[in-house]
Design a protein around this ligand. Structure first.
Ligand code: ATR
Length: 282
């Protein structure tokens, strides 16, 4: 008797993950008999999890903090995007090969394309604030599309290490350089944790930003950050971070369940309502 396919999201902690809501929506929407389960796995339990991976019958899953790099030694193959980002967010079977990919950069780019169609027309330079995992994904996605990417970070050494790792077309800068970089930027991305609920706001002067530049935040709680509000008030096109979460999930779902799901308005509304219910005012 064949069992219905089971996928997972693993992290530690994991209870705040919104991935079960979105994969659950698609399973239901496409009438697929399968499951997407939330697994709280402590770092010391990771090896045991992979030791019994085959016999448990997992078809794959998502990996989140703090395991995105730690899972790599347990996989048979690391795909190029995951290699470039040094992090895996999606595990799947390619035949008999257990593979790890990273769909965050693709999710970031598809969100931009979806929410700000045509943003890339004539665009050549992007400024990415931050040098953590989200910045890595945004910078990798943008350089893959041929943009020059300036990474600006409080800790310049981390920006330098990231720029060096990503290579051609990516430069690193301290916060002092921000204002002059903004004058040339066609796209500004906040990929720091600033502006998120329970975090300090991101306080930057947008007045030097090139007219016509698009402004994007990877933060999605709240949906409209102070950065996006002031960018909008200055006439810039803005893109929030929720769509990155939705779009990064598409590739994983299609690999596990064999259906390429659609990011619908209904799905977005479902997540928006959840965000507002859990963080009033967001
Ligand atoms: P993620 O993986 O979600 O991107 P992260 O790796 O913790 O998260 O990265 C957070 C980013 O926000 C970093 O670039 C961090 O800057 P540092 O490298 O200097 O730590 C940035 N950040 C967090 N708090 C900040 C603050 N108060 N001012 C400026 N940058 C901040």
């Amino acid at each position: 008797m064949s069992r219905s396919p089971r996928a997972f999201v693993m992290g530690h902690p994991i209870k705040h993950s919104r991935s079960p809501m979105l994969h659950g929506y698609w399973l239901d929407h496409y009438g697929i008999e399968g499951s997407y389960e939330m697994l709280d796995i402590a770092p010391e339990a990771l090896a045991g999890f992979f030791a019994s991976y085959r016999e448990t019958g997992w078809i794959g899953g998502n990996v989140t903090v703090p395991h995105k790099s730690a899972v790599m030694p347990f996989l048979d193959r690391i795909d190029p995007a995951a290699e470039a980002m040094g992090a895996v967010n999606t595990v799947y079977w390619d035949g008999d090969v257990l593979a790890g990919d990273n769909t965050d950069a693709l999710g970031f780019m598809h969100n931009l394309d979806d929410r700000a169609p045509g943003w890339q027309t004539g665009a050549s330079r992007a400024v990415v604030l931050g040098a953590g995992g989200a910045a890595r994904a945004a910078a990798y996605g943008l350089m893959s599309r041929g943009l020059d990417v300036a990474i600006v970070n409080r800790t310049e050494a981390k920006a330098q290490a990231l720029a060096q790792h990503l290579g051609r077309g990516v430069s690193s800068h301290s916060l002092d350089a921000l204002s002059s970089l903004l004058g040339e930027a066609d796209l500004l991305v906040n990929a720091t944790s600033l502006g998120m609920v329970h975090q300090p706001p991101l306080q930057i002067d947008l007045s030097p930003l090139k007219a016509g530049a698009t402004v994007c935040d990877v933060v999605y709680v709240p949906l409209e950050t102070d950065l996006l509000r002031s960018a909008k008030a200055r006439g810039h096109r803005t893109v929030d971070g929720l769509g990155m979460l939705l779009h990064q999930a598409v590739v994983g779902f299609s690999r596990w369940f064999g259906v390429t799901p659609e990011v619908t308005g209904e799905l977005r509304t479902l997540l928006e309502e959840d965000i507002r219910a859990k963080s009033p005012g967001a």
